[in-house]
Design a protein around this ligand. Structure first.
Ligand code: NAD
Ligand code: TYD
Length: 349
């Protein structure tokens, strides 16, 4: 692994992954980050990296669906490894407007696979980052394993399922060296405030309503983003080629409990001006259509084969996350106002 293409590296997990690779891992090669810079891609998530890691980090603004641009990147940087994060990632957006999910998540992945196939002599690994949502919904009991049949519920999860199938098919048909990881819900620094945790956090800080879907009894498994990054890296280095690994946090929670916990930690760290509890801001709203009831991951394969376990508990992870959002007011304000999008237009158009 000398020339690693990271797609979607300006997004939430991609940016944390690049930071982890450069700051904390033993990776000594080059990172080439290709990102289209959609609303979810923010170059500020990697501020200072280009200057600090000259000769080891490169950024290209590009669309993974664009075969010419991506072909140029493969050639110019002699890409031998791919870690594929780029995606449209928000379920609610996929319900309102599925088209970009089909394009980026399915066609974009297909385009990258074709390029990897074309460069098969050089490519040592195509790692595909995916989600537990491809498995659909659990009832009150049980866990998703790597053998659970796919049964996606939303256009987002269906598009990720399709991309997983394509990646596996390229391994079986063309012998492309691949690994796939399916991970549960992430939280941590740099997450765009449309997902549950940062949305609730910023609304609570602003004294705005906290919209909980349905009765708040849907269950998600939560993982601190840096733990996800460590898992992806260990799979890339030591995972068996052609294999899928589940990644989870061992941290199942009802949505309402997540929101209550956020309110309580926030009240303790930064009491509201009125002195009241943020829990008073919770508002139950109409449920999401096709809302999966419960996700829970059996990640014993990853633990037993590769020795990975999450380092953070929800207690420690959520405190770090809340502090990060409080300490990074500038980032929060620029993201909320859309100022970063204007800056991108000026830089690149
Ligand atoms: P995100 O929405 O924060 O970031 C996605 C990034 O991809 C952005 O930088 C965006 O600009 C870029 N992008 C989108 N379309 C592109 C295109 N056509 N070409 C190039 N770049 C494009 O997403 P995230 O939460 O960081 O998720 C990253 C990956 O991890 C996704 O594949 C997602 O399915 C998967 N995943 C996410 C979670 C989670 O909890 N967030 C959990 C499991 C798996
Ligand atoms: P989300 O962060 O969108 O992740 P995903 O749908 O991929 O799991 O949502 C997490 C859970 O929180 C999910 O059950 C939907 C719920 N939710 C709310 O109750 N209110 C909200 O405003 C959002 C964004 C999500």
């Amino acid at each position: 692994m000398k020339n690693l293409l990271v797609t979607g590296g300006c997004g939430f997990i991609g940016a944390n992954f690049i930071r982890y690779l450069l700051f904390d891992s033993n990776f000594s090669g080059r990172v080439i980050n290709v990102d289209k810079l959609t609303y979810a891609g923010n170059p500020e998530n990697l501020e200072g990296i280009e200057e600090k890691y000259t000769g080891r980090y490169y950024f290209v603004k590009g669309d993974i669906c664009d075969a010419e641009t991506m072909g140029g990147v493969f050639k110019k940087y002699e890409i031998d490894t791919i870690c594929h994060f780029a995606a449209e990632s928000h379920v609610d957006r996929s319900i309102l407007k599925p088209d970009t999910f089909i394009k980026t998540n399915i066609e974009g992945t297909f385009n990258l696979l074709e390029l990897a196939r074309f460069h098969k002599d050089r490519v040592v690994l195509f790692h595909h980052v995916s989600t537990d949502e491809v498995f659909g919904s659990l009832g009150q009991d049980g866990y998703f394993t790597e053998e659970t049949p796919y049964d996606p519920s939303s256009p987002y999860s269906a598009s990720k399922a399709a991309s997983d199938h394509l990646v596996r098919a390229y391994s079986r048909t063309y012998g492309l060296p691949i690994t796939i990881s399916n991970c549960s819900n992430n939280y941590g620094p740099y997450q765009f405030p449309e997902k549950l945790i940062p949305l609730m956090l910023l609304n609570a800080l602003d004294g705005k309503p906290l919209p909980v879907y349905g009765d708040g009894k849907n269950v998600r498994d939560w993982l601190y983003v840096k733990d996800h990054c460590k898992a992806v890296w260990v799979i890339m280095k030591k995972g068996k080629r052609g294999q899928t690994y589940n990644i989870g946090g061992n941290c199942e929670m009802y949505n309402i409990d997540v929101v209550n916990k956020l309110c309580d930690v926030l009240d303790a760290i930064k009491p509201s001006e009125s002195g009241g509890s943020r829990r008073d801001l919770i508002t139950f709203v109409k449920d999401r259509p096709g809302h999966d009831l419960r996700y829970a991951m059996d990640f014993s394969k990853l633990e037993n084969e590769l020795g990975w376990r999450p380092d953070e508990s929800f207690e420690t992870g959520i405190e770090k996350t809340i502090k990060w959002y409080i300490d990074n007011k500038g980032w929060v304000e620029r993201v909320k106002s859309g100022e970063y999008l204007k800056w991108i237009d000026q830089q690149y158009e």
